[in-house]
Write a new protein. Sequence first.
Length: 666
Amino acid sequence: MKKVSLLFGIHMHQPVDNFDEEVQKAVELCYEPFFQTMLKYPKFKFSLHCSGWLLDKIKSEYPKLFENMQILTKEGAIEWLSGGYYEPVLASIASNDRRAQIKKLSNYIKKHFKVKPRGLWLAERVWESSLVSDLYACGIKYAMVDDYHFLSNGYDADKMNGYYTTEDNARELELFPISKALRYALPFSNIDDAIKSVLVHQKEENAAAVIFDDAEKFGLWPDTNKWVYEQKWLQKFIEAVLDNENIVTQHYGEYLQKNNSLGLAYLDNCSYAEMGEWSQQTKDALAFKEAQEKVLPYIIKGGIWKNFFIKYHESNYLHKRMLYLSLQQKDFDKYSLDALYRLQTNDAFWHGVFGGFYLPSLRDNAYKYLLEIQQQRAKENTAFEVLDIDKDGYDELKVLTSNLSLMFSTKNGAQMIEFGSFDTLFNWQNTIMRRQESYHSKILHADIKENHTDKAAVTTIHNREVAVDESLKAELIYDWHAKNSFIDHFSGNEFSLENFKSLVFQEVGDFANKPFLLKNKKFVRKGGIYIAKEKYPAKLQKSYSFDVNTVHLKSKFKTQYIDKLYFAQEFNFHFAHPDKVTFNGKILQNDFSEYNTEKLIINDDFTKKTLVITANQKCNVFAFVLHTVSQSESGFEKIAQQISFIFTTSFISELQLQFSLEVRNV
């Protein structure tokens, strides 16, 4: 009788410095009951990857759980896999950083579990062939990707029950294709169907059923804790596997030693199928989804993981800031180097059902690490550098005072795109645009029910129907320009809170999202005012200057249009607790309006700082809390991202405005 080798692996990860309550929830609902169950069945062999930060947190705060992992390792149940210590997407970081992060985690595992990992978990299964040399240099012999990686490159669907050999730069690596069918079946199917999903791989001698997936499916995903532990799905599954004479559990390394490769494989840049959809632009993702339903899913491929840097320019900026700092690391002390590795954590850079781009706290953490590094490089005197740091073809002006890290874009309206404080390690310019996402159609058409006919006893989040709050529809407003600060708007009509908030004011200038020339720290654009199909030439010059804690702006505008115009200087500031921030002593529960004022005092309870903005003439000030609507494992989420506000005034032909933005202690 042919037997099938079940290669069962789980991957544990929490974003670096995630909230304690979130980690505790994961431990209580998922990690602790999982390993307590596995302790009862030491003959059930499985493979394990845990990101280094989470592993160390478990060691310090959940010692019993850590001990259970040690016991299972000693008894031969667990095979450990390495990876990047802080769970970066390895393809997105420099070669020397890849090797350092892998070695850091491998050494940690060897120290505490007395084994040396030979396999590696690729974060988000993001594959590029350039990884081979670095994995080889770290002593890694094998890794896991999805069967989708192979199928989308033309490999036989019936030959996904083993491993393949790949090579690059004269180095070799073995690749196991993870079964999508198993990923969707475990732990969601009933026990009989789950066993059938394993046995279906029993097509020839020495075949393998390959599954390596998120541990969080076993208790943390919606509805799974009750199903997996209270109703004992995991226990029943393990017992059914051990009792089945046609299934044998093995470690990946053990299977590798006993079985030959299925052949040679060359794979293009790829991640799992869903990621290919998520990383596309919205219009393409909608068309892609429709086309996939008409053919085999792997015939039409989506985007690659790095396309998130195209889809979200804010993610790209953070990533390129990281790469810039990585190139400076020869001068780093050990604390700055560790901050660099933490900055490389993948979660804040992307978004789908998973990924934390829309979670402000994750972006805050990333900027904290960035500012920790920049703090070590700041000097007493203000330093300036002009470079295209985000690789968009346009220069930025980088400014470091002794307490502020600032960046100004020439591509987008000579605007401030970074506003970080060293004594708070917080970036108030951690803002994002409101974008259309493909899943917003489910909100707009919430009355349309999707028909799912799978036999899952518990529905996977990919097929889960979620109740839609009708109020979310009103939040689906999409920005037409980046939400930075010192944005210049011109209109033929007066600005108000409502038309600013709903983006229905009439923009007649071309200065809010167009390039400026930078010379001698002055930004200049020769643009126009467009009214009644006529263009009236206009010129805007913006001159910034800096003190230790202050940004000064002098703006000079002149146009050939001779009737009244209205001007608005837009700011977007991110706060950790926008519901507690006060504008001139008022909380923005119902937005904010103040007339004929020269000063706005913003108190931030999180950083314990006061931001003071003063103008050289009286303006009206309007503000609101800007929300995005995104999806997660639990459904749709309305998230406060930043406070958006304007200083507005009227003028004829010429306008000279000065703003001073100062950071003060409360």
